[in-house]
Design a protein around this ligand. Structure first.
Ligand code: BTN
Length: 247
């Protein structure tokens, strides 16, 4: 695969984690829109220290380096923007309609098909140095199945693996990402994030560290925070944390 639009693609067969490889490149001065792609990862990482299962010929494991000129307060919107971009790209390439589970997961038919891990660093004077957006997408079911701990949660977009479809999806993600990033300040992705949410109106368990509390999701606000109402009637806008949907 060649460079695409302004994106500089670095393609590997196997790496520990594309986020880790790109972080080293970022520290050494890599430019905005440098991308690392790998066919597999031996130490793919998810949020909260979890593994991201990344076998060969099964998925897209991609990290994008950004050095954006945005407000520090808006850094937390990069993950929601990316979730919208990935959903739109999947819609266009596969004619499917995935949904977003706040804040960084994408689901199809009740199964997680994509996770997003955004990491970054600030300069000593408090500006954004770089942001790394890591995207992991399960394109097809791994040939030996998913590991036991995720087999009930994880799913895939398609039955068969196609290198052409994979390239098409990568290009579509980068194209839409570029367009949406250009008009980041309009925040026009927020309403789409809300529309594609699978949790608004649902009963959930809010997990904050060891604490688990029942709540109902009322809305997602303009900062992409999750507005919940607890059983005692109190409402709160959550900017981070994890939820599980109660059936
Ligand atoms: C999650 O599910 O919590 C996020 C998963 C993010 C996985 C992607 S795969 C490419 C990039 N490299 C990593 O090690 N993680 C991200």
């Amino acid at each position: 695969m060649e460079n695409y639009l302004d994106f500089k693609l670095n393609i590997f067969d196997e790496v520990t984690s594309t986020n880790d490889v790109l972080q080293e490149m970022a520290v050494s001065g890599a430019l905005d829109k440098t991308v690392v792609l790998s066919s597999s990862q031996t130490k793919g990482r998810g949020r909260l220290g979890r593994n991201f299962f990344s076998p060969k010929n099964s998925g897209i494991y991609m990290s994008i380096l950004l050095r954006p000129k945005i407000d520090i307060a808006d850094v937390s919107l990069i993950t929601p923007l990316t979730a919208v971009v990935v959903c739109e790209a999947i819609e266009q390439i596969y004619s499917l309609s995935p949904q977003i589970k706040w804040v960084n997961d994408i689901f199809l038919n009740g199964k997680k098909i994509c996770g997003i891990l955004t990491e970054g660093a600030f300069t000593s004077d408090g500006k954004i140095d770089y942001i790394i957006v890591g995207i992991g997408i399960n394109l097809c079911l791994p040939k030996d199945g998913f590991p036991a701990d995720i087999e009930n949660i994880a799913g895939a977009i398609a039955l068969d693996y196609s290198e052409d479809k994979k390239t098409a999806l990568i290009h579509k993600i980068l194209q839409i990402f570029d367009e949406r990033l250009d008009r980041f300040s309009s925040k026009d992705f927020v309403s789409i994030y809300r529309q594609k949410s699978m949790v608004i109106g649902r009963d959930v368990t809010v997990i904050l560290g060891e604490n688990k509390t029942y709540a109902k999701v009322l809305d997602i606000n303009d900062n992409c925070e999750l507005v919940v109402q607890y059983e005692n009637g109190k409402t709160e806008a959550l900017s981070s944390g994890e939820i599980s949907v109660r059936l």
